[in-house]
Design a protein around this ligand. Sequence first.
Ligand code: GLY
Length: 341
Amino acid sequence: MSISVTVPLGDRSYPVLVGRGAVGRLGDMVPAGVERVLVVTQSGVPLDAAGVLRGAGLDVATVEIGNGEAAKSLASVEEILGRLSALGATRRDLVVGAGGGMVTDVAGFAASLWHRGIRVVHVATTLLAMVDAAIGGKTGVNLGHGKNLVGTFWQPSGVICDTAALDSLPPREVRCGHGEMAKYHFLTGDDLLGLPLEERIARCVAIKAEVVASDERESGRRAILNYGHTLAHALEIETGFAMAHGEAVAVGIAYAARLARRLGRIGEDRVGQHLRVLEEYGLDSGLPATSDPDHLVALMHGDKKALDGLTFVLDGPRGVEVVPGVDGAEARKALADMAVR
Ligand code: GLY
């Protein structure tokens, strides 16, 4: 049985189906009038979205993009657009992004560009895509200058999170998903750890859906979904992406708690709660021994959120919120409070 969560965006609202075998319901997510479907996927993706769609009587073509961050590129988008052109895809047709967050980001971006925007459905096959990337309509690719620098807001018509895909997920990718999952523990008062996996994923989706509905284009509140991400982005850059995103988010969450403590926003008990959640997920929350704290502070100054000095998403008496103008010296001291791995 699947759990259905709605992302409530008025006439662009859409369902997210979470459950083992949910991909079998992909046909139900195809909007009326679609004639052709282009499935964007990667080698090694464990679900056969194209097969399910063919079984539903649709005319289906597939394009595989490369693996690895280098393939999260404008070249991949151009390849997808070329296939849509070769298929003669019209505004009535559909893109399906089947894979992890990279696939759903690239497929969503291409769908948003073809004929100024055609519909897209995502089949998320990694934990990170299920609880974050495939939900909420952020799309994008990297440039040589940095990650996710080009993109659009383009909501899907539906999302499938088939937990059977997680059976074969490599341990490192499980960790990365847990890094993103951990942030949701602090966005509401829920005890997510007590929930079975499917329910926990669905709850993360519901939390994200509520935040996205309140601020779809991130003019303010949506930035709380980047809890733990300010240091995480700096660590990814500092380690030349040897540290994967979700792993870095785990460290970033521990750091956000330490910084909030330094700024008097939370007490030591709340810092302890953060560390316990990270530990329950088996996540390492220490800074790499090779990190240079001054360099990390400099990198955090360059974060996309940093319009007004150092900007963080921090816990506090009103819950997690965006906090601009944080003193660099405090940010530096909070790094010194961190455990080192
Ligand atoms: N991944 C953060 C967001 O979708 O806003």
